[in-house]
Design a protein around this ligand. Structure first.
Ligand code: MGD
Ligand code: MGD
Ligand code: SF4
Ligand code: MO
Length: 736
């Protein structure tokens, strides 16, 4: 049975009172198992089918996971999991998983490997890495990672003296947005989740952000609640998305012109005096400069540029202003669109500031207040980097998470210095980075390539050594600091023992430290419970009851941490130079960029070509779930959305298979056409992640088409290094 967090809290307040929550037998995982009897276990843990990291509860019967449900205590799941979360069992029991360490036995790419023991594989990896570090310096070993395995291998690399570590969650995802908000507010718009108070919003603006397809659990629950309450949705998307279907205003914008709309909205708000004067005066700097800079952006001009009706542009922003500050312009998440994206994110940040949303009910909640004691289990300081890290490239506002493609470029060109080895964990680079030709070229240039993954993906099958991690349902990780409106701590712990010869990343990293002679960086203690020992020490340092977390609730709140709105004694803190919201950015100006965003026109496709745009399926996560039994059954292949008039012109029928060919002559796999009026005439859309070229992933291999294959062109954002990927044009090739 599943409870919503709300109804449970209500129940608890009626019966036991809030304080006894964790021990309420009704919900304690241990008590629940006891009540059911038999060979049943309930294990609270954290989902890793995507990075929302919902609290999940695994039901285990006779040593087998039979069900996953949402943890009612965890604010990111609220008693529910999305389809992918429930599908996690399919990942665990997928027969195509990597089962043993493997060492290459033939040329790279031929797919020939021999099984090895962990001892042999790790000894070999250590020997190779040491030799490369001795010859080229430790900085010549680069790492790319996504998700929880990253931390453990970051430790290995830094201990060796390399800081060339980059995460695609920066330059291919939300890094651009985060830096823009840091420049403006001195804060990211959220750490694990965006600080949007959708639950209480009266008007929600979504620029591209396709909630309902982008399926981050609690955010979608709040979105649904908001719609149920009658909140108005303004959805800006060239495609009639799920969110658009719930919207009061659907603005089918010409792709790539969003900044024109945003700057015009800002101009209208200022010239009509619809902005929050008191808020702007108290909390912001640079209003007058913004006012001047946006004067040129008139509704007439914007209507032409965006191909939206002028009335719609004005009416939508009037509605937005009417309910301010209890409104929010969603900061978005995936931001690497056109190569000028930092300024689009700045425009969104400025618009929110003028409406006074930061710290306001229905706007953006203020981050929770909690101090976690520093804990690193007495790991010694890392040696200094052997050479300055290259991962920020020439991008003045690239963040610490690094710019993946810079590492790739250095592997190809040897500049500013050569990268000779890659350590890749939990990311499918062939699908994740734009221009697969460059990714392949870089890999071919490597002296050594190690991959840690669950599956024999197209990237993994190019590695020299493959190390099989066990799934999140078979391992300890964390503890995780969770920052929603409140701060909390969540656990990940195994529901079952690792299958086959797979191991948790913490163990792999720790054993590798030992093989490298870096024992002081290994996890303290021996055996498979060493990491749990560390988690216990960490819980103690943080003042948290580990057993309560592990056996009963899976999540605990930090009391008193939740202070979401501005009040007289809860003032927002802006970590900018002026300690205010910087509408005008002197930081940007100093580096030669526009201090107030200006509109830049981009290239548009000629007739007969369509801009390739892409997004999410609610039942899949990127490329990682396509092979997952039940999720694959729900959606086996992607479709290409094509406007109906264009289809008639081309003679393409709904359901017909076609291929797409891009401006560089690169062709996709065949893909089914979805002929629809729900997309503009100048673009085509597909879900990212399909079209695997990975023969050992039997379900996923060859189903659907790969957007990344067609993304041979990308434009780097000069401010942050984000890779604009919606700059490729395709034509439709009918199958003979
Ligand atoms: N063309 C195009 N490119 C994109 C995007 C797009 O929409 N279109 N989206 C961008 C965005 S927003 C993001 S965030 C990135 C996502 O990029 P990635 O995170 O690289 O996405 P996936 O393709 O899912 O690859 C994840 C890999 O991790 C493995 N894996 C899954 N779970 C585990 C685990 O527990 N342990 C280990 N060791 N491995 C695991 C999977 O088997 C898979 O090989 O892609 C970016 N790139
Ligand atoms: N189910 C599921 N949910 C996920 C994920 C997943 O893999 N699966 N991944 C998660 C991750 S890491 C991320 S980063 C997010 C990504 O999700 P979002 O941040 O919501 O994704 P975007 O790529 O920004 O937006 C995709 C939408 O933008 C529209 N679009 C395309 N071009 C333009 C344009 O020029 N202007 C405008 N206004 N709209 C445009 C597309 O039609 C599509 O509806 O999703 C997260 N949620
Ligand atoms: S949103 Fe879905 S896939 Fe992501 S962590 Fe939550 S339940 Fe898992
Ligand atoms: Mo992302």
């Amino acid at each position: 049975m599943a409870f919503s967090r709300r109804s449970f809290l209500k129940y608890a307040a009626m019966s036991a009172g809030g304080a006894a929550l964790a021990d309420t037998p009704f919900i304690s995982a241990e008590a629940r198992a006891k009540a059911e009897g038999g060979n049943v276990k309930y294990v609270p843990t954290s989902c890793e089918m995507c990075f929302w990291k919902c609290g999940a509860v695994a039901k285990v019967v006779d040593g087998k996971v039979v069900k996953l449900e949402g943890n009612p205590f965890h604010p990111q799941s609220r008693g529910k999991l999305c389809a992918r979360g429930q599908g996690g069992i399919g990942q665990l029991y997928d027969e195509d998983r990597l089962k043993h360490p493997m060492i290459i036995d033939g040329p790279r790419g031929a797919g020939k490997y021999r099984e090895a023991s962990w001892d042999e594989a790790l000894t070999y990896v250590a020997k190779k890495l040491k030799a490369i570090a001795a010859k080229h310096g430790p900085e010549s070993i680069g790492m790319m990672s996504h998700g929880s395995p990253g931390d453990y291998f970051t430790n290995v690399l830094k201990a060796m003296g390399s800081h060339n570590i980059a995460f695609p969650s920066f330059a291919q995802c939300k890094g651009i947005r985060d830096e823009a908000w840091l420049l403006t507010y001195g804060h990211k718009p959220g750490s694990s989740c965006e600080q949007v108070d959708l639950e209480n919003s009266r008007v929600i603006v979504l620029i591209g952000t396709h909630l309902g397809e982008n399926m981050h659990n609690s955010q979608n629950q709040e979105f649904a609640e908001a719609i149920g309450r009658g909140a108005k949705i303004i959805c800006v998307d060239p495609r009639y998305s799920t969110a658009a279907s719930k919207a009061a205003f659907w603005l089918p914008i010409k792709p790539g012109t969003d900044t024109a709309l945003l700057l015009t909205w800002i101009n209208i708000i200022i010239s009509e005096n619809w902005y929050d004067k008191e808020y702007v005066e108290k909390y912001t700097e640079g209003f007058e400069q913004v006012k001047e800079a946006v004067k040129q952006y008139t509704p007439e001009w914007a209507a032409q540029e965006t191909e939206l009706p002028m009335r719609q542009i004005v009416e939508s922003v009037r509605e937005l202003s009417r309910y301010a500050p209890n409104v929010v312009v969603h900061p978005g998440r995936h931001y690497s669109w056109y190569g000028n994206d930092t300024q689009r994110a700045r425009a969104v940040a400025i618009l929110n500031a003028l409406l006074g949303t930061w710290g306001r009910k229905g706007g953006m909640w203020l981050p929770p207040k909690a101090n976690f004691a520093k804990f690193n289990d007495d790991i010694p300081a890392y040696p200094p980097a052997s050479k300055p890290p290259l991962i920020k490239g020439d991008f003045p506002f690239a963040g610490g998470e690094g710019v993946t493609q810079v590492l790739r470029d250095a592997t190809i060109t040897g500049k500013p210095y050569p990268i000779k080895a890659w350590f890749v964990a939990g990311t499918n680079l062939m699908k994740t980075l734009p221009d697969q030709r460059l990714t392949r070229k870089a890999i071919d240039n490597l002296d050594f390539f190690v991959a840690v993954d669950l599956f024999p993906t197209e990237t993994v099958m190019l590695a020299d050594v493959i190390l099989p991690e066990c799934t999140y349902l078979e391992r300890h990780d964390g503890l995780f600091k969770i920052k929603t409106r409140e701060a909390g701590v969540a656990i990940r712990q195994p529901a079952v023992e690792p299958m086959y010869d797979s191991k948790p990343a913490w163990w792999i990293g720790s054993e590798l430290c030992k093989k490298l002679g870096l024992n002081e960086y290994a996890v303290k203690g021996n055996g498979m419970d060493a990491w749990e020992g560390r988690m216990r020490r960490q819980a103690k340092a943080w003042g948290i009851d580990y057993d309560k977390l592990a056996k009963h609730t899976g999540y605990v709140t930090i009391p008193g941490s939740e202070r979401p709105y501005i009040t007289a004694d809860n003032q927002p803190v802006f970590n900018t130079f002026s300690e205010k919201i910087e509408l005008y950015s002197e930081d940007l100006e100093e580096k030669g960029f526009d201090p107030v965003p200006q509109y830049e026109e981009i290239e548009h496709p000629e007739k007969g070509m369509y801009r390739l745009i892409y997004g999410r399926s609610p039942v899949h996560t990127f490329s990682r779930t396509i092979n997952t039994q039940w999720l694959w059954e729900l959606e086996k292949e992607n479709e290409v959305w094509l406007n109906k008039k264009e289809a008639v012109r081309l003679g393409v029928k709904n359901g017909e298979y076609v291929r797409l060919e891009n401006q560089d002559g690169v062709r996709s796999n065949k893909i089914k056409t979805k002929v629809t009026e729900r997309i503009r005439h100048d673009c085509v859309y597909m879900v990212h992640g399909f079209g695997h070229n990975a023969p050992r992933m039997k379900r996923a291999n060859g189903s659907g088409a790969d957007d990344q294959k067609l993304i041979t062109k990308y434009i780097e954002d000069p401010i942050t290094g984000g890779t604009g990927m919606r700059v490729n044009f395709v034509k439709i090739i009918k199958e003979a």
